[in-house]
Design a protein around this ligand. Structure first.
Ligand SMILES: NC(=O)c1ccc[n+]([C@@H]2O[C@H](COP(=O)([O-])OP(=O)(O)OC[C@H]3O[C@@H](n4cnc5c(N)ncnc54)[C@H](O)[C@@H]3O)[C@@H](O)[C@H]2O)c1
Ligand SMILES: [Fe+2]
Length: 387
């Protein structure tokens, strides 16, 4: 067996309704001033209604920064850091999807009184120096797994996103409260659920850091996500399905935090950057085509995942034929979830595909993890197939 190291979020609380006890968790962490980072959609959906009363009857000071947007910009991170400093925050709570949780991670670093780094100095791998404020994450989508990853993604220009990867970004606590996800709109449920599935699939085939713990988590993530994504999308009030999705997304996050994602994500980012296609949907649009490209080397692993996702009974034949079956099954799933499946249906124009391919090649941080080497010509061919 190859040597490996596995790290994850230290404390995981999984309890429907647990968000009502956030004040207690803050006090237990020794904080008296807490900044909660979220977005206005979450505030307007009333998701903080169960949280705020808990803070009213304690001596804690709670500040709320609710200006995070989807695919947060660096200016948003700076504004949230400013709010945390003004409050004298000792703890940061990320409350929302990946966008809010990623901003919360960076606030925890940059608003620490001893921090001498700027946001620009953090981009890339292992550039963050500690210490940071205490950090608790409450996911309200079952998707990014950011509550269990040492990663934050920021929109840095008009069309570009950059990642910050550091052990200092690994949250202290993840609090999974499935009740918060009952009202997640069906399109967001479907797209963020596919994002979580891609995390598990790409972790399982990750070229350099694939490891037995990530493998175990990826397989269990895919069992939970495959069995529940349709119910969660079309019968949103099904608490059992919602809980399974949230746990599956956490497992997938834990898996890819230690066995990083690859070409699906590398090709998804330019779609988000240029056309503001949500992260999960960008992944979904290229997923079957990247798997088809990778199959020549990754079929043995995809065949194993096919059994987790579809159950052993309906599968027979060679690894290649199981992989073909899996890819068709994923295409049908994407249609059943009501997600578009062609780039042209999401505002992408054919003429821009070479430009997107050149942008995707910039994501070497991700491409190096792909099981099959990818050239710019390959990327262009995959975009054309997805068009
Ligand atoms: N840190 C990581 O490891 C990691 C991994 C993958 C993606 N990301 C990043 O995460 C971001 C995407 O996050 P996301 O897909 O979770 O979406 P998001 O955080 O951008 O949220 C999408 C929308 O859903 C709404 N919403 C969220 N929860 C809701 C709920 N329970 N009820 C009603 N509405 C709700 C929000 O208001 C928002 O409008 C991107 O920036 C992506 O690059 C980070
Ligand atoms: Fe993702």
């Amino acid at each position: 067996m190859k040597d490996f190291t596995f790290s994850t979020t230290r404390t995981i609380v999984c309890e429907a309704g647990a968000a009502g006890q956030l004040a207690g968790y803050s006090r237990a962490a020794g904080a008296s001033r807490v900044l909660l980072v979220t977005d206005s959609g979450i505030l307007n959906a009333g998701l903080l209604d169960s949280v705020l009363p808990g803070f009213d009857c304690t001596g804690l000071r709670l500040g709320i920064f609710d200006r995070v947007e989807a695919d947060p910009k660096s200016a948003t991170v700076e504004a949230a850091v400013h709010a945390a400093r003004a409050l004298g925050a000792e703890m940061v709570i990320g409350f929302g999807g990946g966008s809010s949780m990623d901003v919360a991670k960076l606030v925890a670093v940059l608003a620490h009184p001893d921090c001498r780094q700027s946001l620009e100095e953090l981009y890339g791998i292992d550039n963050v120096r500690g210490p940071r404020l205490s950090l608790l994450q409450v996911p309200t989508t079952a998707g990014t797994g950011s509550e269990a990853t040492p990663i934050a993604i920021v929109t840095t220009g008009e069309t570009t996103k950059a990642g910050i990867v550091s052990p200092h970004l690994q949250p202290d606590t993840a609090l999974l409260d499935a009740k918060l996800t009952l009202g997640l709109p069906s399109k967001v449920t479907a797209a963020t659920g596919i994002d979580a599935m891609v995390h598990a699939i790409e972790a399982y085939t990750s070229a350099h850091k694939k490891n037995p713990v990530s493998d175990m988590l990826a397989r269990e993530a895919l069992r939970l996500l495959s069995a529940n994504i349709v119910s969660a999308t079309h019968r949103g009030s099904d608490l059992q399905a919602r809980s399974s999705m949230l746990l599956g997304a956490l497992y997938a996050g834990q898996a890819f935090a230690n066995a990083p994602v690859a070409a699906v994500h590398a090709l998804a980012y330019p779609l988000g950057g240029h056309f503001h296609i949500p992260h999960g949907l960008s992944n979904s649009l290229v997923l079957p085509h990247v798997l088809r490209f990778n199959a020549i080397v990754a079929a043995p692993l995809y065949a194993e995942l096919a059994e987790c996702m579809m159950g052993g009974d309906c599968l027979s034949g060679s690894e290649v034929s199981k992989t073909d079956t899996l890819i068709c099954w994923l295409e049908n799933l994407i249609a059943e979830l009501g997600l578009p499946n062609r780039l042209r249906d999401c505002g992408v124009t054919e003429g821009i595909l070479p430009h997107l391919a050149a942008d995707a090649m910039q994501q070497q941080r991700l491409l190096v993890n792909n099981p099959r080497e990818v050239t710019e010509q390959d990327v262009l061919a995959i975009y054309r197939a997805a068009f």
